[in-house]
Design a protein around this ligand. Structure first.
Ligand code: GLU
Length: 447
């Protein structure tokens, strides 16, 4: 995997213009490595400088977020919203609240979101936001005051036809509630379509909570089908224990597989009988505690503090925690232990060295921008329901999600074949997502 010589100078320019943003560089490089053959078939993209334009966000907003903690101390965080590309629709993408957040993380996420959203086939552009605020250990009142302060700046930049934020790491139903409440109060508009991931009583969509995990599992199921295989009887490892991980494990169980390990940033749980998903929901969604308490309920389960979950043998691995959680060594270990499929629920969870190991081993590897697109796709379905003031049933919405994931899979599969890389979903996803956005940008002229 190298960058084509026509594309190389564009990558160099990205490095020069965005110093120190290593995750952004990584995400750009991965896409640009796929684009050489696209310029051969589509010289108009080079003439219109589409790659150069796509790598430069349309707008980047950085703001101060002051708030008062429970002890009466003033705290200051930094807020971000990167409105990356609106060729296909309003900017769309989540917000991440995590201490590791800085511009480079938001830009990598926003950049990936452009192509992911294009792959859904729905009218959504790409954007991402967040803050270095750490919700861990904060009271509900502190989270509320932070969200209110965050929205007091953000509201002027967003809207149902402009930019539609949602959740990501550290932003779930509770945060979306506080953010929506403050938006409504400041603007005096009950504008459901301005945020997605809303509560079911106030404009949310059924299946949105489950969508990223269910969607990633549907995607892996499609990859397995191509190889005349299925989840039936498979041993799986799913990292993380947040929203994506929980609903990945749930869908794996429904499709006949068994998840034996999940994790948080402190360690992992190994349960050879299969992870009790209801218990994980109780621990994480209701009690907001660490995953190690799982072993208090089940004495046969092991908690490995500080352990590396990828050492657990499995046939299907679904990284669902965070970026760069699988390195080259982990990938080799997975392949050596008999892993035949990897579906990324998280964004960019595998390092470039790890991706190379999976591709060289010819296992079914579904990159995040294809495999985890079900979350944002269901956000777009939430927007559809909001636009016609409707709400769909669970079964209907899940069916729509499954159809979307099947389409994404076949688009990536066929595009990879067309571009001479059969079975390579990285090429398929990058090329198919890029062409859709590029065609729209050409149509709009130089803007
Ligand atoms: N944060 C999710 C993602 O990475 C979902 C974004 C959304 O629903 O807008 O795609």
């Amino acid at each position: 995997m190298g960058i084509d010589e026509k594309v190389e100078p564009i990558y160099k320019e990205v490095l020069d213009r965005n110093p120190g943003e290593v995750e952004f560089h990584q995400a750009v490089r991965e896409v640009l490595e796929s684009l050489g053959p696209v310029l051969v078939k589509h010289p108009e993209f080079a003439d219109h400088k589409i790659i150069e334009r796509i790598c430069e966000p349309e707008r980047q907003i950085i703001f101060r977020v002051p708030w008062v903690d429970d002890k009466g101390n003033v705290q200051i965080n930094r807020g971000f919203r990167v409105e990356f590309n609106s060729a296909l629709g309003p900017y769309k993408g989540g917000m991440r609240f995590h201490p590791s957040v800085y511009l480079g993380i938001i830009k990598f996420l926003g950049f990936e979101q452009i192509f992911k959203n294009a792959l859904t086939g729905l009218p959504i552009g790409g954007g991402k936001g967040g803050s270095d605020f750490d919700p861990k250990g904060k009271s509900d009142a502190e989270v509320m005051r932070f969200c209110q302060s965050f929205m007091t700046e953000l509201y002027r930049h967003i809207g149902e036809h402009t930019d539609v934020p949602a959740g990501d790491i550290g932003v779930g139903g509770r945060e979306i509630g506080y953010l929506f409440g403050q938006y409504k109060r400041i603007t005096n508009r009950w504008e459901a379509g301005v945020l997605t991931g809303k509560g079911l009583d106030w404009g949310g969509s059924l299946v949105r909570t489950e969508a990223t995990g269910y969607g990633a599992t549907f995607f892996v199921d499609e990859m397995l089908k191509v190889r005349n295989d299925s989840f039936e009887g498979k041993t799986c490892v799913v990292s993380g224990s947040g929203n994506v991980s929980i609903y990945t494990m749930e869908k794996i169980a429904q499709l006949g597989g068994k998840t034996v390990a999940c994790s948080d940033s402190n360690g992992y749980i190994y349960d050879e009988k299969g992870i009790d998903i209801e218990l994980v929901k109780q621990i994480k969604e209701i009690e907001r505690r660490r995953i190690k308490v799982y072993a208090n309920t089940y004495k046969h389960a092991k908690y490995i503090s500080g352990g590396n979950i990828w050492e657990v043998p499995c046939q299907v691995a679904m990284p669902s925690a965070t970026q760069n959680e699988i390195n080259g060594k982990d990938a080799k270990e997975l392949v050596k232990n008999g892993c035949i499929a990897v579906g990324e629920g998280a964004n960019m969870p595998t390092t470039p060295e790890g991706v190379k190991v999976f591709l060289d081993a010819n296992i079914a590897y579904g990159p995040g921008k294809a495999a985890n697109a079900g979350g944002v796709a269901t956000s777009a379905l939430e927007m559809q329901q909001n636009a016609c003031r409707d709400s769909w049933t669970f079964d209907y919405t899940e069916k729509r999600l499954q159809d979307i994931m099947r389409n994404i899979h076949s688009t990536c599969y066929e595009t990879a074949e067309e571009y001479g890389a059969p079975g390579n979903y990285v090429t398929g996803a990058n090329v198919a997502g890029f062409i859709k956005v590029a065609n729209a940008m050409v149509a709009f002229g130089v803007i």
